[in-house]
Design a protein around this ligand. Structure first.
Ligand code: ADP
Length: 481
């Protein structure tokens, strides 16, 4: 894909760095693009540019700011094929999924373009005749986003959309593994004439050093992060000194519960959607599939039959539904989980090894894998796998499976399949998760709140709640009336 440049203060530039870094295509293991490795000085420059334009941006009327979002979304749709191709080459996901992500990413810009106009205040009855109480909402100021590689476009727009709509400027530090989609979107925002400095995209391999510039700067008032719980905790500690607001979308370990009264075909279809989207490399991927004992055999058979023909290969090829994992370490982790489960008595019913794709020995491919008779002693039931492995665990009662499902430090997404309406509500209340898919394996959408409880993070993205993360509540006590 050639050379790319940083986007700092409204300019495409090589920045202050003197060395390059390469973006590797995980399907070929070959470098596909290069750009200068950003330095802390580049990050500082991006923050300066944001600080300079912040007041002017915040003072614009909402409909004016919204126009840039709508126009950028329109261009994303228009160029979906190109953006998707870039995404598949840097991230690996099959092209059809990449097109889906580009549209999903644009939907956050569209949603928040509309929400910009609905930043309402309040008038509250006062206790004294000569006073009035009013509440207004104002942008928090300069913000920053640190984003992961698994959704190279959507994890950016889910933060950038509400930030710009609320009147905040934003500096984005995308994952060093997938900077190209971020820079492609920067080109679009540049083209629609977003004022210089409102958005910067700073890409580099030394994430801790770049993040430190953000975290140490008192003028950056909010950081939104999506990534591992481990890094989320580091950022939370670092935010303390300047008391920054934080949104943290961290790891998950989603349970997927199938009761005997469920529509089994639908449960299988949704399990595959949840498990195999992005090759299982998402924080809402089903990581533990609990199936009631009376239907476990039938469910397992159907799941294996549907996963066996899935075609592994380069995501650019037609018919491929399972792309490569992101990097060698991802394969190592999946192998470790599968080996551990098998050594402790799990039955390997499908896959279980690196995939041969017929494309030589290159690419970080792993076969779609099904493990049955998994139990809580196996690592796969505790650590996020981030790979195409379906782990099936039999259970007997509702009470028991609620206990199992909640037995994790994470609390992002949980799924359950049942036709019993009472159970739908009982589980919604008892499962300690921020997102509940009741007979739904794909609940994410721009108008719904995405986010976790427990160690899966803080705050919500998307929906009417998402913009609140970028707004400060200000109370005006008007006296002397
Ligand atoms: P993942 O497992 O999804 O790669 P990470 O938490 O490692 O999750 O990465 C998510 C984002 O956090 C990436 O942009 C990465 O560069 C960045 N990152 C990694 N380590 C740190 C750190 N110590 N401080 C700040 N950001 C970091």
């Amino acid at each position: 894909m050639g050379r790319y440049q940083q986007y700092i203060g409204g300019e495409f530039t090589d920045g202050a760095g003197s060395t390059d870094f390469e973006v590797i295509n995980p399907a070929t293991e070959k470098a596909t693009a290069a750009l200068t490795d950003a330095t802390p000085a580049d990050m500082a420059q991006a923050i300066e540019a944001a600080v300079r334009v912040q007041d002017e941006w915040a003072d614009r009327v909402a409909t004016d700011r919204a126009r840039y979002l709508s126009e950028a979304a329109r261009l994303m749709h228009e160029r979906a094929d190109h953006l998707a191709r870039v995404m598949t080459i840097e991230e690996g996901k099959p092209i059809a999924e990449a097109i889906g992500e580009v549209k999903y990413a644009a939907s956050f810009l569209e949603w928040f373009a509309e929400e910009a106009r609905r930043v309402y205040g309040d008038v509250i009855p006062s206790n004294s005749k000569d006073k009035r109480i009013m509440v207004i909402k104002r942008p928090v100021g300069v913000t920053a986003a640190i984003t992961p590689w698994n959704f190279p476009a959507a994890m950016i727009t889910r933060k950038l959309g509400p930030a710009l709509a609320a009147g905040c400027t934003m500096i984005i530090k995308p994952s060093e593994l997938t900077p190209l989609s971020a820079l492609e979107m920067a080109k679009i925002f540049d083209e629609v004439g977003l004022p210089k400095g409102v958005l910067s995209v700073v890409c580099g391999t030394d994430a801790p050093a770049l993040a430190k510039v953000i975290m140490d700067d008192n003028r950056v008032r909010k950081v939104s992060f999506t990534g591992s719980t481990e890094v989320g905790k580091i950022l939370m500690r670092q935010a303390a000194d300047t008391m920054k607001r934080l949104s943290l979308e961290l790891g998950g370990h989603a349970p997927f519960l199938v009761f005997e009264d469920a529509d089994l075909d639908s449960a299988v279809t949704n399990a595959i959607a949840s498990k195999m989207r992005g090759m299982g490399e998402t924080c809402v991927s089903a990581n533990r599939i609990y199936v009631q004992r009376s239907v476990v055999e039938e469910f397992t058979k159907k799941l294996v039959a549907r996963m066996a023909p899935m075609r592994v290969g380069n995501g650019l090829e037609e018919g491929v539904t399972v792309g490569p994992l992101i990097e060698p370490a991802a394969i190592d982790k999946v192998e470790r989980h599968v080996k551990d489960a098998v050594s402790k008595g799990a039955d390997l019913l499908l896959g279980g090894q690196r995939a041969a794709t017929g494309q030589g020995e290159t690419g970080y491919f792993y076969e779609p894998t099904v493990l049955a008779n998994v139990n809580p002693s196996m690592i796969i039931t505790q650590e996020e796998t981030f790979g195409p492995v379906a782990a099936i665990i039999p259970f007997d009662t509702e009470e028991e499976v609620i206990r199992y499902a909640n037995d994790t430090p994470y609390g992002l997404a949980a799924y359950y399949f049942t036709r019993d309406v009472g159970r739908v509500f009982r589980l919604a209340e008892k499962l300690q998760y921020g997102i509940l898919g009741a007979n739904d394996g794909m609940p994410s959408t721009a108008q719904a709140p995405f986010g976790g409880v427990k160690q899966s993070g803080l705050g919500r993205e998307g929906s009417k709640y998402g913009i609140e993360e970028y707004l400060d509540v200000k109370y005006i006590s008007l006296g002397g009336i």
